[in-house]
Design a protein around this ligand. Structure first.
Ligand code: SF4
Length: 450
């Protein structure tokens, strides 16, 4: 159950740097605060990349619509990608009166019989949490009957927003999956990646470099993830939290339970990618590995600089406004700076305290941290003479009105901007945006209009 003490504990995360007093945790939600995505949605987004598991939403069909997998969370799983199927128990008024447990039982049996998943994640929603269905008991029984993990995820929408939902998803994985299987073999350089969902293949930009160094990704939560691998996560030597403060409770608890240290990194931009690869090598603590890592970084950076050279002239003197969410408020800013673009403003509306501090560090004292970007961005474009707006699709109209170039850096983006290769993708997209004549012409009056 997502009990009140559990929610309080997850909101008061002691591993968050800003929570020094234990009374400065994240805010409890107020009515209306979940309009930007509910806890259930956050939990499902965190677990969706496990394509070999079925994701069963125990609730009315509308909840499935709210959280449908729209991101390009790429998977190399060769079997049927079950994130592409919308499994729901489709709770109706009748079930609200008489209870939905039987329907849940039948749904699990049906899914296991027809789709043979490696596990089933069962998500509670507002309705099924309120009618009090005991999904723990149903999952326990189903696990016995079918012999595969059944994972109840207690993140009904009303308990809070997306970030809290991610933490509750981490709790579910920690309680029901991690430590339930031993890996076939271990290596001294086994790590877990936590918080990279492999959106547009971000993880695949840097995973080959880790492999070249002999660093093995034992498991992930949850980009290109496998259920069998996350069950062995307790045998890793280092947890690497990628750009995701929302999941910070998990590595902290893995440290307490299994003694696995953790580091927090970002793979956007040249500087951060290099620093992250080195931090992983240092975290594993092997002198030879660290030396080899430094050589690899030098090689990759030189190669990148050579390929970025043609873009440098195009980006010289260009200014950008960045309106995106969470950790991207600083990680994309850092990538833009690596390209020689000045970032004059970034949005911190959905950022954690740590994200805000990092955004300030990257932008300096002059940079604007927008708390209400919808209202502020147009004014800042005018004041600073910005050339570029990087944001989600809805901000396109601001760019058109202001006749400046626009690039989509939110969920709708189709290419990865992660790692060294991703920085080249970003450079190419920004070059195309800056050279696209449509932004200059589209808001112009027709020649025959005065
Ligand atoms: S879980 Fe609750 S808040 Fe979330 S989509 Fe379903 S009904 Fe809406």
């Amino acid at each position: 159950m997502a009990t009140k003490p559990k929610i309080r504990e997850l909101l008061d995360e002691s591993a968050c740097a800003h929570n020094k007093t234990k009374t400065a945790g994240c805010n409890k939600t107020v009515p209306g605060a979940t309009t930007g995505g509910c806890a259930f949605e956050g939990s499902q987004i965190s677990l969706f990349p496990y394509a070999d598991a079925a994701h069963l939403v125990h609730g009315p069909i509308t909840c499935v619509g709210a959280s449908w997998e729209t991101r390009l969370t790429r998977t190399s799983w060769q079997g049927r990608d079950m994130t592409q199927m919308g499994f729901t128990t489709g709770i109706s008024t009748n079930d609200v009166v008489f209870g939905g447990e039987e329907k849940l039982r039948q749904s699990i049996d049906y899914i296991v019989g027809h789709y043979a998943p490696q596990a089933v994640f069962v998500y509670s929603t507002c309705v099924t949490a309120m009618i009090g269905d005991d999904i723990d008991a149903v999952c326990r029984q189903a696990q016995q009957d079918h012999g595969i993990p059944m994972v109840p995820v207690h993140a009904p929408g009303f308990v809070g927003g997306k970030n809290l939902g991610s933490r509750l998803a981490g709790e579910a994985v920690l309680t029901h999956l991690i430590g339930t299987l031993e890996p076939e073999e271990t290596t001294p350089f086994d790590i877990n990646l936590i918080g990279d969902y492999n959106v547009t293949g971000d993880m695949w930009q840097y995973a080959p470099l880790l492999k070249e160094l002999g660093i093995r990704i034992l498991s992930t939560l949850s980009g290109d993830g496998r259920v069998a691998r996350i069950r062995t996560a307790h045998r890793a030597h280092l947890n690497v939290l990628v750009c995701a403060k929302s999941l910070i409770s998990l590595p902290r608890k893995l440290k307490e339970k299994y003694g696995i240290p953790f580091i927090s990194v970002s793979f956007y931009g040249k500087r951060d990618t290099s620093a992250s690869i080195l931090a992983i090598a240092e975290g594993l603590g092997d002198a030879d590995l660290i030396a080899r890592t430094k050589q690899l970084i030098a090689r990759e950076e030189a190669r990148l600089e050579e390929r970025l050279a043609p873009y440098r002239e195009i980006f010289r003197g260009k200014k950008a406004v960045l309106n995106t969410g969470g950790n991207k408020s600083w990680s994309i800013a850092s990538a833009l700076q690596d390209l020689g673009i000045e970032v004059v403003a970034t949005s911190v509306k959905k950022s954690t305290q740590v994200d805000k501090e990092k955004a300030r560090k990257y932008l300096g004292e002059k940079g604007v941290l927008m708390t209400n970007p919808g209202a502020e961005q147009a004014k800042i474009i005018d004041q600073t003479g910005a050339d570029l707006l990087l944001a989600g699709g809805r901000s396109l109209y601001t760019a058109i009105k202001k006749k400046i170039a626009f690039a989509d850096v939110n969920q709708e983006k189709k290419k990865s901007y992660g790692g060294y290769e991703g920085l080249l993708n970003l450079a190419e997209d920004l070059k195309n945006a800056l050279e696209n004549p449509v932004f200059k012409n589209v808001a112009r009056r027709a020649p025959w209009e005065k």
